[in-house]
Design a protein around this ligand. Structure first.
Ligand SMILES: Cc1ncc(COP(=O)(O)O)c(C=O)c1O
Length: 367
């Protein structure tokens, strides 16, 4: 059996007519930049999350960057961010000239540990970035309380958490602003780069909208020097066509996660993702921790099963950040580097495929 890590073709095949129609209609409109389809998507996505404003951007990294710029983050400021994440959540701080201060993550949820946030706060701290990694919402109630008490801006990175929730409250609705990515493999993915910022703050909406459009809201109205990072009409049309299926597709990921859990819960050599009542995990990634991870990965590959390591290195061990930190201060991230392994989890995965993956995992440890 061959099991790829992702299967974008299966999603396309399921709604090909809608997607092709949306793309063709956009081409025929000959409006490619920001336009009415982008606005329609922005309104639909904000509405789905129960938020007031959504600003379509070029990608998730620019979404995060424009939020930090809106908060005036600059040289001399510190921003607390998890040591275990995708590099965007550190590099946008560096791009502002500020200092990323890393906080280790929780071993169960793989998201930023609130105790580590508290330890990392100094008089220079301006913001905290909470990343809802793999689709699991971080401990937002505690983190929001810490930020409130210390007067810090709270940014949510929802690149991997479309419609993830905590006790029914969506990721992206806890902080001052949230960034989403619609990179093609995300739970809601475009056919190229795209992203957005979500907020309830009208002045933030206007500033970020301007920043990502050369400082202008309409043509030639350049109030300040900005950038160019806009969602385009074709990506918006694709996202709008896919949006009605997002909830159902997330449910299928959850169903697959439950199947994995049922078949793998007695395998002592691995740890399956933690889940508890009220944690609205959407399983963008199904990350297990495994003994002899590299051996297991190789064995699965030999048996036709593709897996990925998200991520081979903690941010604190990557060249841009390695020199400035004490690697021993991030024991959980260090452990994840050695143990983490992502199994295929896309909605179209069949029961037989899941059973085969689990059978091979068990066979590896019996060898
Ligand atoms: C957690 C996280 N943050 C930010 C991003 C950046 O998004 P983009 O690739 O759209 O710039 C990603 C993308 O993979 C991500 O996984």
């Amino acid at each position: 059996m061959i099991i790829p890590f992702t299967n974008l073709a299966a999603e396309y095949d399921g709604i090909q007519n809608e997607l092709d129609g949306a793309i063709q209609a956009t081409i025929r409109s000959f409006q490619f930049g920001r336009g009415s389809t982008v606005t329609k998507f922005e309104n639909a996505f904000a509405g789905m999350l129960g938020m007031r404003y959504c600003i379509g951007t070029g990608n998730g990294t620019d979404s995060l960057f424009s939020i930090l710029k809106a908060f005036g983050v600059q040289a001399g400021d510190e921003v607390i961010t998890p040591s275990w994440s995708w590099i965007s959540t550190a590099e946008i701080i560096s791009l502002c000239g500020a200092t990323p201060v890393f906080a280790d993550v929780d071993i169960k949820t793989y998201t930023i540990d609130p105790n580590e946030i508290e330890k990392a706060i100094t008089p220079k701290t301006k913001c905290v970035i909470a990343v809802h990694l793999y689709g699991h919402v971080a401990a937002m109630e505690v983190i929001a309380r810490i930020c409130r008490e210390k007067g810090l801006m709270l940014i949510e990175d929802c690149a991997q958490a479309h419609l993830s929730h905590l006790d029914g409250k969506y990721a992206g609705t806890f902080g001052h602003a949230a960034a989403f990515s619609f990179y093609p493999t995300k739970n809601l993915g475009a056919y190229g780069d795209a992203g957005c910022v979500i907020t309830n703050d009208a002045s933030l909406d206007e500033w970020i909208r301007r920043f990502n459009n050369h400082g202008a809201l309409i043509k030639d109205d350049h109030l300040f020097a900005g950038s160019n990072s806009r969602m385009d009409q074709i990506q918006a049309a694709i996202l709008l066509a896919k949006l009605p299926y997002l909830r159902k597709r997330n449910d299928l990921r959850v169903r697959n996660a439950l199947r994995y859990a049922a078949l793998l819960c007695d395998e002592k050599n691995i740890t399956i993702p933690a889940s508890s009542a009220g944690d609205g995990h959407t399983y963008h990634i199904y990350a297990i921790r495994a003994k002899n991870r590299d051996g297991l990965k190789k064995y699965l590959e030999e048996n036709g099963i593709s897996t990925i390591v998200h991520y081979p290195s903690a941010l604190t061990n990557l060249p841009p950040y390695k020199g400035g930190v004490n690697a021993d201060a991030f024991p959980v991230s260090g452990r994840l580097e050695r143990e983490i392994l992502s199994l295929p989890i896309y909605p179209e995965l069949t029961d037989d495929q899941i059973a085969y993956v689990c059978e091979k995992i068990k066979a590896f440890y019996l060898k």
